[in-house]
Design a protein around this ligand. Structure first.
Ligand SMILES: [Ca+2]
Length: 224
């Protein structure tokens, strides 16, 4: 019995030691954010051409002062972008699927999207960590994490609950893979200004969170 206890204590120590190891992030949303041009690897986008989850539908937003938005003149911007923007610590999604305003014909949620392309030398098994986001009210916001077109995580953040996190394992990323964090209006963009936005993309250093399937580690459902 004493031997078993000793082994268990040793195992617990090993897991704690593994969990405490820190590897430098390859990207940090807040620290890396820059205008009028993004830092290497980064793009700030929205799904102008169709639903979220298909990167062919995304296009870059335009710099305007300290933010990126959907461009054009006046404020809000032309439908269905409207108030969509990203700043270094927050932003606002575009119109929702219930908001066919101004004859725009809008029937889908318009997300603001922060994209990071894994650079040569940054390949590896990565995760989203240190994530946070808060929203003011309304129907809340829909936060999704994708690797390319593969969804890794999704939360719906409502008001009144404080900040939420969207940490997730991303899987084994090759150079050129893109990690997308997309924030949508969850059907309606009223009171959807969000704040406290940050996240890191960093190597997984704790073996206890490695996910393996028949053909090795990879994002959930990707076959990777
Ligand atoms: Ca909403």
């Amino acid at each position: 019995m004493l031997r078993l206890k000793t082994l268990a204590a040793g195992l617990a120590f090993a897991l704690v030691a593994g969990g405490s190891a820190q590897a430098a992030p390859i990207a940090q949303y807040n620290l890396d954010f820059a205008t009028p041009g993004p830092n290497p690897g980064w793009a700030y986008m929205w799904n102008v051409n169709g639903p979220i989850g298909n990167t062919a539908n995304y296009t870059s937003m335009s710099p305007s002062g300290t933010r990126y938005d959907t461009g054009g003149t006046g404020w809000p911007r032309p439908e269905p972008g409207a108030y969509a923007n990203l700043i270094s610590s927050g932003g606002h999604p575009g119109r929702g699927s219930t908001q066919n305003y101004g004859g725009s014909g809008n029937t889908i949620d318009r997300y603001v999207i922060a994209s990071y392309k894994v650079q040569s030398g940054q390949e590896g098994f990565h995760q989203i960590s240190n994530s946070s986001i808060s929203v003011g009210g309304g129907t809340g916001i829909d936060v999704r994490v994708y690797v390319n077109d593969v969804q890794c995580n999704r939360i719906v953040e409502y008001s009144g609950g404080g900040a939420s996190q969207f940490n997730t394992v991303l899987g084994n990323l090759n150079a050129g893979y893109k990690v997308y964090v997309a924030i949508g209006p969850n059907t309606h963009d009223g009171s959807d200004g969000f704040s406290g936005l940050d996240y890191h993309i960093e190597p997984v250093t704790d073996a206890s969170v490695m996910l393996w399937d028949a053909d090795g580690p990879g994002p959930g459902g990707s076959g990777g």
